[in-house]
Write a protein that binds this ligand. Structure first.
Ligand SMILES: Nc1ncnc2c1ncn2[C@@H]1O[C@H](COP(=O)(O)OP(=O)(O)OP(=O)(O)O)[C@@H](O)[C@H]1O
Length: 575
């Protein structure tokens, strides 16, 4: 039996009208955009031209905010780079294509370190917001200060296009090409990785995805498109001044995107076009009232339709199923291969692992080996450092000292996704699945990234039957089983589990324990399980390791360690 794909699960209930409209609508929108200037007056065409520039800018921002989940509040920095490149190019009689290409390269060169620094933080949102604001303000200051080159606060004038209609058509064609490239960019395996990394970086990494690289690439692409939009905008505006880098424009583009709808092709263009056209036609008559009405509309949309105004029709077109989906075109990564293990190498061998949080020495020199095919339960009093140790083994925490070998390879400094590539699987205390995706899409992601994907065992197949509800709405026990099925799809050789039965009722806990034992027996995968429940430990453990005060206190069969006076003292002392 093969796993039903998410696309198969959602195509079935789709009606004929949706099937017809889905490919027809983008084509119709393209034709309408290209035909628009031929029936409109010059002012309307100029307004649409400006709206398209803004739309392209919002589309660029969407690659970062909508697709990669990275909020930039200073994206006008990149837009401004493009605009100044054209202005300076004209000023110095340089070939325009070359100056725009140089601006795009500069934008990428700025974007990559900025996003890397942001993503290095445990929670990247705030650092990235501050960094992007900083870059915008810095460039604005530079444009103001370097007056001999940039014209200072007066800026530089840019000669506009002679034929309004032909510039509009050129711009629409560029926007269409960028949109098609963007669709190709996000629809394959890269798109699948982006969806996973944006919605659950932890599970994405545990599925073998290098989330930092994928999100950084999307951010850099986003900066490049914003720069291109700025370059196309300069001749329309006729003047480029330091304001183009400012927070006003950076927040405007966020509003256009939020109104239109994120993570889509149509949303950014629709939001930007609607606000720009409204501004041009109503702004002069309504004056301040227009901005007030726009602010009220924005607040209303945030409350009533947080996914944006195009979200409802887009969802209807897509048919039943979760709003977030893995791209149907994403195929398995065949470049991934199973790493050879040196003969006799233990799945896990750590020596002298130390980890402190500030003044608290949590791990104080842990030595531990887990042999192939063994099930080792790690027990110990509360706060003994068990979860910290598991995080160090998985790669989520870097140890302060000590060495860690996985299957004979020194993995002490390897990131999470590289450890997964060596054969490590991980389950969390709170099941970590990609809540927005269907269970079938979750499993598909795991199989796309697996070097040698395996079919889920029969006991997990009920999970993929329902492709229409997001995995986050499953009961806890099913989310736990889905997480296990995802991990097993990659055929791990060492599975790390942190209190796998936490929160489950006795029946579900027994079922899960049975499944784990069965996995260990059938595949030979070694298990390292942090557990408090002694019934589960008795059922699972070939061997028990007791951790106390950051060190291994005892190891052996459960009854032996339970009778150890030092272990009893450690437990009693902890309560
Ligand atoms: N990120 C962190 N920052 C600061 N302190 C931390 C961090 N993570 C864990 N600790 C501290 O490290 C100590 C060990 O925590 P850990 O969760 O590893 O223990 P544990 O043995 O798993 O406990 P439990 O059985 O209660 O889950 C605790 O005092 C905890 O407060």
């Amino acid at each position: 039996m093969t796993v039903p794909t998410a696309s198969a699960a959602r195509v079935a209930p789709t009606t004929g009208i949706r099937r017809t409209l889905r490919p027809a609508l983008p084509a119709l929108a393209g034709v309408a955009l290209l035909a628009a200037p031929f029936g409109l007056d010059a002012f309307a065409v100029a307004t649409l031209t400006l709206g398209l520039c803004h739309g392209l800018f919002a589309y660029g921002l969407d690659l970062s905010w909508g697709r990669a989940g990275l909020l930039s509040v200073g994206h006008a920095a990149f837009f401004g780079l493009g605009a100044y490149a054209v202005a300076l190019g004209q000023e110095h009689d340089l070939p325009q294509a070359a100056t725009v290409a140089a601006a795009v390269a500069a934008a990428v060169a700025i974007a990559l370190p900025v996003v890397r620094i942001g993503l290095a933080a445990p929670v990247p949102d705030a650092p990235l917001i501050l960094l992007t604001i900083g870059v915008g303000l810095l460039l604005q200051r530079a444009a103001t200060t370097l007056a001999p080159v940039t014209g200072g606060t007066n800026g530089l004038s840019v000669s506009g296009p002679d034929v309004v209609t032909s510039y509009y058509v050129t711009l629409a064609a560029v926007a269409a090409v960028v949109a098609v490239c963007g669709v190709l960019f996000v629809r394959g395996r890269f798109g699948a990785r982006l969806v996973a990394a944006a919605h659950n970086p932890e599970r994405a990494a545990q599925s073998g995805v290098d989330g930092t690289r994928v999100r950084a690439t999307a951010f850099a692409a986003s900066a490049a498109v914003a720069t291109l939009a700025g370059a196309l905008y300069a001749p329309v505006a006729g003047l480029v001044s330091p304001q183009v880098f400012g927070l006003g424009l950076s927040t405007s583009v966020l509003i256009w995107l939020a109104l239109g709808g994120r993570a889509s092709t149509v949303g950014p263009f629709a939001g930007a076009l609607a606000v720009t056209v409204g501004q041009q036609y109503l702004g002069s008559t309504w004056q301040g009232w227009y901005l007030l009405a726009l602010a009220a509309l924005f607040l209303l949309v945030v409350q009533v339709a947080p996914a944006g105004l195009t979200a409802a029709p887009r969802r209807w077109l897509a048919g039943p199923g979760p709003a977030v989906r893995l791209p149907a075109a994403a195929r398995r990564d065949r470049s991934r291969t199973v790493r050879e293990t040196p003969a006799g190498a233990a799945p896990l061998a750590v020596t002298g692992i130390r980890k402190a949080f500030g003044p608290v020495q949590v791990l104080a020199g842990v030595d531990l080996t887990v042999e192939a095919g063994r099930c080792v339960c790690l027990i110990g009093p509360n706060g003994a450092g068990k979860s910290t140790f598991l995080n160090v083994v998985a790669g989520q925490l870097a140890p302060d000292a000590g060495t860690l070998r996985l299957f004979g390879t020194d993995a002490t400094g390897l990131p999470v996704h590289r450890r997964v590539g060596l054969g490590v699987g991980r389950m969390f205390q709170i099941p970590s699945v990609i809540a927005e995706l269907s269970p079938a899409d979750n499993l598909r992601l795991a199989r796309i990234e697996a070097p040698q994907p395996t079919e889920p065992p029969a006991e997990f197949r009920d999970l993929v039957a329902d492709g229409l509800r997001p995995a986050g709405t499953l009961p806890l026990a099913d989310r736990r089983r889905l997480e296990l099925a995802m991990v097993l799809a990659a055929a791990p050789r060492l599975l790390l589990l942190d209190e796998p039965a936490a929160g489950l009722g006795p029946d579900d806990a027994r079922r899960l324990t049975r499944e784990l034992r069965e996995v260990n027996r059938r595949t030979g995968c070694a298990l390292l399980v942090v557990e408090h429940d002694m019934d589960i430990v008795r059922e699972l453990a070939d061997e028990v390791v007791v951790l106390a005060e950051g060190q291994v206190l005892a190891r052996g069969p459960l009854d032996t360690v339970a009778a150890d006076p030092a272990v009893r003292t450690a437990y009693l002392g902890a309560h």
